[in-house]
Design a protein around this ligand. Structure first.
Ligand SMILES: Nc1ncnc2c1ncn2[C@@H]1O[C@H](COP(=O)(O)OS(=O)(=O)O)[C@@H](OP(=O)(O)O)[C@H]1O
Ligand SMILES: [Mg+2]
Ligand SMILES: [Mg+2]
Ligand SMILES: [Mg+2]
Length: 356
């Protein structure tokens, strides 16, 4: 008898790998007018839309009953003003859908020569990601390009896919086309795939599946401990992280990196903790920014909570609701971090009051 979620894992790997191929080739050909600014001022490119259409299409063929929470929607593309962008997305998605089958691919997933779709079908595939989320049943979570700003800069980004059952992440796959296999060799081989299944561990491999290596986080070591944090100051408070770092007497500089590549680097031991302290009030973290990454870290021996130590709740809808930031670290460091966060925040509060 095969292990639980074996087919879902294979499908997720195949979908993420094909999407990484798509996004890498888009980057080389991307032109200025192929990026839109969304209502929340964040960028979205033809690569984000096409990768979501591709992944959603593969999920739809394999599991037509499963709902999908995907970051993007096709509203702007369906409008007359979106027609140029739409044509480009259709071209890119069909190019990726019709690539030859590789090892681990199945034609039943709607891929391979002759499997192109119409523009209307592809817009519908993107919009299958409009599910509102929830506490019960199966659902997939897609972030077709996480770290779009990193993607545009030619730096780190990740193609992210997770399967949740009753609001628990069961399968997580993260593809990082620009990430060095070994961070200490930045000019060495690039392109990493991180794969985790609940209860079955986590692995890193190349995008083609070569050199699968089990992941296990090293224990807390104050002499080498450091943080991973977002590049964008609007996404995380660098200054709060600095205060926490000082309280913990951390001497190594933080590693700034876009996207859930941070979870991958944490899981393989490149740093001690991923710290995401809110930069302002009111932002609700999106479930697709944390679902696969949190499982990856848990399956590598870590723990992921908000900054008060509360577990992340993936059952509240498309966001994590009122969770305050995110902290991911090895289990032996977690309570130290939570205590330092509380101290840093109360010092910040004290500073604000004394200034008033
Ligand atoms: N204000 C605010 N606070 C926190 N997070 C936010 C905020 N605004 C956006 N986002 C989300 O951040 C996602 C990008 O991931 P990172 O923050 O890890 O990357 S970055 O270094 O900041 O680029 C990014 O994901 P993508 O849109 O997929 O790139 C957003 O979902
Ligand atoms: Mg985005
Ligand atoms: Mg994202
Ligand atoms: Mg995204």
């Amino acid at each position: 008898m095969s292990l639980p979620f074996t087919t879902e894992k294979q499908l997720a790997i195949a979908a993420v790998r094909r999407a990484c191929h798509l996004t890498s080739s888009v980057f080389n050909k991307l032109v200025k007018n192929e990026t839109l600014t969304k209502g929340d001022k964040s960028p979205v490119t033809v690569g984000d839309y096409a990768a979501q259409a591709l992944i959603s299409s593969m999920l739809n063929h394999a599991y037509p009953q499963d709902p999908i929470v995907g970051e993007e929607d096709a509203t702007e593309l369906r409008a007359e003003s979106g027609s140029t962008l739409r044509e480009r997305i259709v071209e890119l998605t069909n190019e990726a859908l019709t690539l030859d089958l590789q090892q681990g691919d199945y034609a039943e997933w709607g891929i391979g020569p002759g499997k192109a779709k119409t523009p209307e079908q592809l817009m519908d595939e993107i919009d299958r990601g409009n599910y509102g989320g929830g506490r019960t049943g199966r659902m997939w979570c897609i972030d077709p390009i996480d770290g779009t700003k990193g993607f545009l800069r030619g730096e780190q980004y990740a193609v992210c896919l997770a399967l949740l059952v009753d609001a628990q992440v069961q399968v997580g796959v993260i593809g990082c086309p620009n990430l060095p296999a070994d961070l200490s060799q930045p000019e060495g081989q690039k392109g990493c795939l991180f794969v985790a299944v609940r209860g079955q561990g986590a692995q890193q491999m190349s995008l083609m599946g070569a050199n699968p290596t089990p992941l296990s986080m090293p224990p807390y070591d104050p002499s080498t401990f450091n943080f991973l944090e977002s590049v964008e100051a609007a996404h995380t408070s660098h200054s709060t992280n600095d205060k926490i770092s000082t309280l913990l007497e951390i001497t190594r500089k933080p590693i700034r990196m876009d996207s859930q590549a941070k979870y991958g680097c944490l899981a393989r031991g490149d740093a001690g903790a991923y710290m995401r302290m809110p930069a302002g009030v009111g932002y609700q973290e999106k479930i697709w920014d944390h679902a696969p990454g949190s499982l990856l870290v848990e399956e590598s021996g870590g723990i992921v909570t908000d900054s008060r130590g509360t577990p992340l709740d993936f059952g509240l809808g498309r966001t994590l609701g009122v969770n305050h930031g995110v902290i991911a670290t090895v289990k032996s460091a977690h309570s130290r971090l939570i205590d330092a966060v509380a101290k840093a925040l109360s010092n910040e509060e004290g500073d604000t009051k004394s200034k008033a």
